[in-house]
Design a protein around this ligand. Sequence first.
Ligand SMILES: Nc1ncnc2c1ncn2[C@@H]1O[C@H](COP(=O)(O)OP(=O)(O)OP(=O)(O)O)[C@@H](O)[C@H]1O
Length: 201
Amino acid sequence: MAIEELKTPLIGPVDLSLGAGSCVSVSGPSGSGKTLFLRAIADLDVSSGAVFLKGVAREAMAATQWRRKVAFIPAESGWWAERVRDHFEETPELEEQLEAVGLGGSLSWQIARLSTGERQRLALVRALQLHPEVLLLDEPTSALDPPSVKRVEALLEERMHAGCAILLVTHDPDQPKRLGARRFKMTGGRLTADQPQEVAR
Ligand SMILES: Nc1ncnc2c1ncn2[C@@H]1O[C@H](COP(=O)(O)OP(=O)(O)OP(=O)(O)O)[C@@H](O)[C@H]1O
């Protein structure tokens, strides 16, 4: 994915390229524009500039098609029916994916009883069912305990091996390294590279 001069009233202009199977992380203070940046890429808010997926401009496809290929997973996911299963297409691989995030057997559970961390993991599996080419993840592991973080990161790595590109907003300082991400930081709506300092010898 290539982002060129992406701009909204509160962020940018941002230029960024994200190769298939690669990960970019965005950190930065609360309120600096990280979520708005992901929303602008997903075309959920009005923006100027250009975004290309495999050379095809965002404007060349319908918004629904773009959001299928470039999936935004918000920090707080939306649910509209009573049971977990109502939100999923019951494909052969679904139970395997639920088990991968530690939620095997959860299809019959009531949405109202889910913990924040369970919702977070289910929202990720729900997005993966659409086989997106780019995942825009807003703090995907913020509510998870360490074993669940490990499971989710393993799932993300597996998706990257399959060619999915990941743009990840995180407050976890070690997560970018674990996922082999190129690090960026957002400050006041501006995105800059945030490479760790080399240790002086
Ligand atoms: N629809 C909106 N209209 C006007 N201002 C908004 C709107 N949505 C968000 N903002 C403001 O834009 C700024 C950036 O918000 P954003 O949600 O992108 O922050 P963030 O970097 O993701 O923060 P956090 O780490 O707390 O999630 C904030 O000051 C927020 O109040």
